[in-house]
Design a protein around this ligand. Structure first.
Ligand SMILES: Nc1nc2c(c(=O)[nH]1)N[C@H]1C(S)=C(S)[C@@H](COP(=O)(O)O)O[C@H]1N2
Ligand SMILES: [Mo]
Length: 356
């Protein structure tokens, strides 16, 4: 089937099935600095496992001198940190690409910011004692399924230096509550700045390796490729993105926004895993002309920054866009570069607004 045919066929039953399981964050929730529980997006490849946190154990093994087995109680007695982290699915924006890569059909809502509570990973790895030659840390979830025809546990690795970063934590709490089943209870890893697939949920084991992990979710999925033969590039940190709180009131079906002619304060949030967001611009004409928004302070390095833009809105039809630029110079384009699996499409949001 030609790619164009897929695009013209619209959303398939299978895509709809995934979209109903994996919900996004309603964009009006961008008003909250910390996304309330239940409004954070969800992405679950297989099934939410049923885990008894009383009998659950995490094992730390592989190339270590002292393999460890720890309970949730043990983890709770260790150093505790709470950090706000913005997390975005690497597939966010996928369904806006043309032709549409067929998978979870995200538009722009696959993002949220939670306050994660847990314990730093590094002291646990140090306690286990890394053997010479350790280069990667593999995180394995309890959930199991079939993807790309391959039966597998959901698991992904991180390079050792990345895993040893101070802000990489094993989280058992979210927004001051115990982690919910759908977000990875009893334990998940949080890797600030990286796309969502890195933050492995329902952790079962951590394995120290001396070679690159080549499992499906590492070597096959989450690679930026333009065709099947292309070996591609690993998808890692979040590209800059800015989203605006849809202004005014929506039309139920089209989500087109209606506003009265007046002076409005547009607001939104922006983030990047490659450096602090330094600039946010707003366009009222679909990206033809841009003006600077006022950028506020983020609650923490890896949480989104708020921004505002004063708009004296006169009657007419507008296409409102915003774009973020980070300290590394990375920014958002008006048109998305296409890739096979639809990863990291950070093209600007377009909100149709009718001012009456
Ligand atoms: N074990 C496990 N961890 C996982 C996943 C999964 O399916 N299984 N999905 C990943 C993906 S692709 C994303 S985007 C995030 C989503 O986290 P959330 O559902 O808590 O928002 O979890 C990641 N961790
Ligand atoms: Mo994801």
């Amino acid at each position: 089937m030609a790619a164009e045919d897929v695009d013209e066929q619209g959303i398939s039953r299978e895509e709809l099935q995934l979209a109903a399981r994996n919900h996004g964050m309603p964009l009006e929730a961008l008003r909250h600095e910390i996304t309330p529980l239940g409004l954070h997006y969800l992405l679950i490849h297989f099934d939410v496992p049923d885990v008894d946190s009383a009998t659950w154990r995490l094992s730390i093994g592989g190339l270590v001198r002292r393999p460890l087995t720890v309970s949730l109680e043990d983890l709770r007695t260790r150093a505790t940190v709470t950090i706000p982290v913005t997390m975005e699915c690497a597939g966010n924006g996928r369904a806006l690409l043309s032709p549409r890569p067929v998978s979870q059909p995200w538009l722009l809502e696959a993002v949220g910011t939670a306050e994660w509570t847990g314990t730093p990973l590094r002291p646990i790895l140090e306690e286990a004692g890394l053997n010479q030659g350790a280069t990667e840390i593999l995180f394995t979830g309890i959930d199991r399924g079939i993807d790309g025809g391959i039966e597998q546990d959901y698991e992904r690795s991180l390079a050792l230096d990345e895993a040893m970063r101070d802000d990489v934590i094993l989280a058992y709490g979210m927004n001051g509550q115990p982690l919910l089943p759908q977000h990875g209870a009893p334990l998940r890893v949080i890797v600030p700045g990286w796309y969502g697939m890195t933050h492995v949920k329902w952790l079962r084991s951590i394995t120290v390796l001396d070679r690159p992990f080549l499992g499906y979710q590492q070597a096959e999925a989450y690679r930026w490729r333009t065709d099947e033969e292309d070996e591609g590039k690993a998808v890692t940190r979040m590209l800059p993105r800015s989203l605006l709180v849809p202004p005014g009131i929506p039309d139920f079906f089209t989500r087109v926004r209606y506003m009265a002619s007046s002076t409005w304060l547009l607001e939104g949030r922006a983030w990047s895993g490659w450096g602090p967001v330094e600039r946010v611009e707003v366009s009222l004409d679909g990206g033809d002309s841009w003006r600077d928004a006022r950028v506020g302070d983020p609650p923490a390095r890896h949480a989104w920054v708020p921004w505002t833009f004063e708009w004296a809105a006169h009657p007419g039809e507008y296409e409102v866009c915003s774009r973020a630029t980070d300290a590394s110079g990375r920014t958002q384009s008006v048109d998305a570069p296409w890739n096979l699996k639809g990863y990291s499409n950070n093209a600007v949001q377009r909100v149709k607004v009718i001012v009456r």
